[in-house]
Design a protein around this ligand. Structure first.
Ligand SMILES: Nc1ncnc2c1ncn2[C@@H]1O[C@H](COP(=O)(O)OP(=O)(O)OP(=O)(O)O)[C@@H](O)[C@H]1O
Ligand SMILES: [Mg+2]
Length: 151
């Protein structure tokens, strides 16, 4: 589907945040500046999180507390041979909170079984978005998104 400008990306994020379910993982892929953090900010807003959401590039994980907690993970700075067990991402993935992972492709082998993957391709101010759902609830969410934002 196509998001025509920043406003449409924000609307998509708000919608996602309102419809995301406890315990879900959202994987974000796309190059530098694709809009992963921008989308995460809107998802957080949609989830009712009032804190200011910033990029966790240096901290790797930022935790936000709301009706549903949000764990915002950015794997960009991880070495390629990092120890996933040591980082303990499973504590986030298998919690009641929602986990959002920027550069999720980098930790493909460490992702949970179920997740909604969002691939973002920038083209000026437009963003081509491609969704991949793993799991039943994730598939439902994907359908719901396409009903509202087109295919
Ligand atoms: N339609 C759009 N959707 C999202 N961002 C947009 C859009 N149009 C313009 N932008 C701009 O693109 C930039 C996206 O930056 P952002 O930090 O969100 O990307 P990122 O994918 O998180 O990058 P990084 O890989 O460095 O973490 C922002 O400056 C944002 O304002
Ligand atoms: Mg980012």
């Amino acid at each position: 589907m196509l998001l025509n400008n920043l406003k449409e990306t924000e609307e998509f994020g708000l919608f996602l945040g309102k419809n995301v379910k406890k315990g879900m993982t959202i994987c974000l892929n796309g190059d530098l500046g694709a809009g992963k953090t921008t989308l995460t900010k809107s998802i957080a807003k949609g989830m009712g999180i009032e804190d200011y959401v910033t990029s966790p590039t240096f901290t790797i994980v930022n935790e936000y507390y709301g009706p549903i907690n949000l764990y915002h993970i950015d794997t960009y700075r991880l070495d390629d041979d990092f120890d996933v067990d040591y980082l303990g991402f499973d504590e986030y993935f298998y919690s009641d909170g929602v986990s959002i992972v920027e550069w999720a492709d980098k930790i493909k082998h460490a992702l949970p079984e179920n997740y909604l993957e969002i691939n973002i391709k920038p083209n000026g101010d437009k963003r081509e978005v491609n969704l991949v759902a793993k799991g039943e609830r994730e598939e439902e969410l994907k359908e719901k998104i396409h009903e509202s934002f087109g295919n």
